[in-house]
Design a protein around this ligand. Structure first.
Ligand SMILES: O=C(O)CCC(=O)C(=O)O
Length: 278
């Protein structure tokens, strides 16, 4: 399978419709790929917090419709990064959209871990609370967004729901790109699953985005990596490699699990005083 990660540097001086049209043109240009992936909140600009309210749209709004049409026209599975979603109850979410090659909306994921450090995301958005892996033509996918990378339990829940390929949309700052690289490899290695991670590039306000989109295999090896600026990263991946890696080194099946296959808690035995109990 061939994935194309569009590490976009969107021109935020343009109106939103032009930004969306320009990125969709890039998607259509990659007809023949199996999967195309976009970064987090690329149309609004992750760090353009003042624009969240103005650019928020429902999931059947103009941005989603244009993305769906791009997926259909290119005939690709499209992970459209994320958009500021206006839900029917008026709340805003950072929502990833996955379109099938006929343009159908296959799956959505509302970012669970909102970022509060030097960010207004926690003040402006509501967090998601649902994690489900999704079957697709390229394998069973688990979706995550940016800051989620710091929370290994999210990836484990998705892996236990059968995810073979984690697809991560991000707007990760250049200042912490060393963390990004380390965390992507760790999430792949500990779950023995693929990670396809698309970061944004360029400057948004005072923040320089770090690029370095990456594909990491189920053994934790980086198989493709972009530089810092705008880039198109291509990577080949094979879902069968997950089973091979887990058979060769069966750490994933050595988890302590409950009868229903979920991670069993190895409890710390502490009483109310904090002292260990027998
Ligand atoms: O965790 C980080 O360092 C970056 C997170 C971030 O920028 C985000 O969640 O959008």
């Amino acid at each position: 399978m061939r994935a194309v990660l569009l590490q976009a540097d969107v021109d935020h001086r343009q109106p939103v419709e032009r930004r969306v049209a320009a990125v969709c043109d890039q998607v259509v240009a990659h007809r023949g790929a199996d999967l195309v992936v976009l970064p987090e909140l690329w149309a609004t600009g992750y760090f353009a917090f003042d624009d969240y309210e103005r650019t928020a749209q429902p999931l059947d709004g103009p941005t989603a419709r244009t993305l769906s049409e791009a997926a259909r026209s290119a005939g690709v599975l499209l992970h459209a990064g994320s958009v500021v979603e206006r839900a029917p109850d008026g709340r805003l979410y950072n929502t990833s959209l996955l379109f099938g090659s006929a343009g159908e909306l296959l799956h959505t994921y509302r970012k669970v871990h909102l970022f509060g450090h030097q960010s207004r995301e926690t003040a402006l958005l509501s967090h998601g609370d649902t994690l489900l892996a999704q079957d697709t033509a390229v394998g069973r996918l688990g979706l995550a967004a940016c800051y989620d990378l710091r929370f290994p339990e999210l990836f484990r829940v998705l892996a236990e729901d059968g995810a073979e390929v984690f697809v991560v949309a991000a707007a990760w700052p250049a200042a912490r790109i060393a963390h990004w690289r380390l965390l992507l490899q760790a999430r792949a290695l500990e779950n023995q699953a693929w990670v396809l991670a698309c970061n944004a590039a360029g400057r948004q306000g005072a923040t320089e985005l770090g690029g370095h989109s990456m594909a990491v295999d189920p053994r934790g090896q980086v198989v493709a990596e972009a530089e810092a600026g705008a880039a198109v990263l291509e990577a080949c991946f094979d879902r069968a490699e997950v089973a091979r890696a887990r058979a060769d080194f069966p750490a994933f099946s050595d988890r302590r699990v409950t009868a229903d296959g979920r991670t069993a808690t190895v409890r710390t035995r502490r009483g109310p005083s904090g002292a260990p109990t027998p």
